[in-house]
Unconditional design. Structure first.
Length: 329
């Protein structure tokens, strides 16, 4: 009977993962990506060098939008499961600030560092910062829904202040501002390829999805079912650090994206990481692409950074989630 029940459940799981709704959503996001290819001030269809500009700037930018949006949305989903908190994501735990500090550290001590070296420094610091955040959580007795992100925001503010002071002393303050601008304006061929690492991270998150979901139920439950809780925490933290470090180096900060997307998907579909992952990636890509298109046309011929629009939208959603949580007690 147990085997029969298990076999009956398998088709249901597959139907949740791959169904007509997901196909429609994929086509809608693909349409947004195609629209992004043709939005801009330069006439890629009529100019003589339009094809070259299209291949050099528009295609890399659109690919970067997709990879960065998926990366930060996935990172938020994993962190929310591991911390059991809806208000947690890389920009509310200090992970992004730690990645920026690592990038600044590498650029100061290795001025001619390659993009891979800078990315490695950002990943290492992001991993350290996320582990420091988890260490703080272990010492907090009252883990309410608001205390956890407040600790993360305070920690991020401290690290951000250290980065600003260090950049001011090293005459790198302007570079620091550019790194955290969260803009895709400078994305061209040869600068976005490191973002493909995010695709590997997505595969690994999907592979560890069930174990991360169980770890999200708490250390006691995970241990009772034979799961190495600390190992899964390290793996999840490492994947988040890689995604955050890569995006920080290539694009900059994308605030609140990892907060908005997982909450919307969880309210609609529940907390199953494996079946939610494609939806989280698609919605993350859609939000980043829409914000980028708005940024390109709202003050044309100039561009507004994606981080500005995301910050406004994310702040509104963040307050809405707090109000919703308060009403529900």
């Amino acid at each position: 009977m147990q085997e029969t029940a298990t076999n009956r459940e398998r088709p249901r799981t597959k139907s949740r993962l791959l169904d007509w709704k997901l196909i429609v959503a994929t086509l809608a996001v693909a349409a947004l990506l195609v629209l992004s290819l043709f939005v801009g001030q330069y006439d890629v269809l009529g100019a003589e060098d339009g094809a070259a500009m299209f291949a050099t700037t528009r295609v890399p930018r659109t690919i970067a939008l997709a990879l960065a949006g998926a990366a930060m949305a996935m990172s938020g989903l994993v962190m929310q499961l591991l911390t059991q908190n809806r208000f947690v994501e890389p920009t509310t735990t200090g992970t992004t600030e730690w990645a920026g500090l690592g990038l600044l550290f590498v650029m100061y001590f290795v001025p001619g560092a390659s993009i891979m070296t800078r990315m490695s420094g950002a990943i290492i610091f992001a991993f350290i910062g996320t582990m420091v955040f988890f260490m703080f959580l272990r010492r907090v007795t009252l883990k309410s829904s608001m205390i956890v992100p407040i600790i993360g925001i305070m920690l991020g503010a401290v690290i951000g202040s250290i980065s600003t002071f260090f950049a001011l002393q090293a005459n790198m303050l302007q570079q620091l501002g550019v790194w955290f601008a969260g803009s895709f304006t400078d994305i061209v061929r040869g600068q976005y390829e490191v973002l493909w690492i995010v695709a590997i991270v997505a595969v690994l998150i999907f592979f560890y999805a069930d174990r991360i979901t169980v770890a999200g139920l708490g250390e006691e439950v995970a241990t009772n079912v034979g799961l190495n809780y600390n190992r899964i925490i390290l793996i999840g933290t490492g994947l988040v650090a890689i995604a955050t470090g890569v995006v920080t180096v290539a694009v900059g900060s994308l605030p609140f994206l990892g907060l908005i997307v997982p909450n919307i998907i969880s309210m609609i579909r529940g907390d199953d990481l494996r079946s939610n992952l494609p939806w989280v990636c698609l919605l993350g890509i859609a939000i980043v692409v829409i914000c980028d298109i708005i940024g390109r046309v709202i003050i044309a011929p100039f561009e507004m950074p994606v981080s500005v629009i995301l910050g406004i939208v994310g702040a509104i959603v963040f307050v809405g989630l707090i109000v919703r949580q308060t009403r529900r007690g």
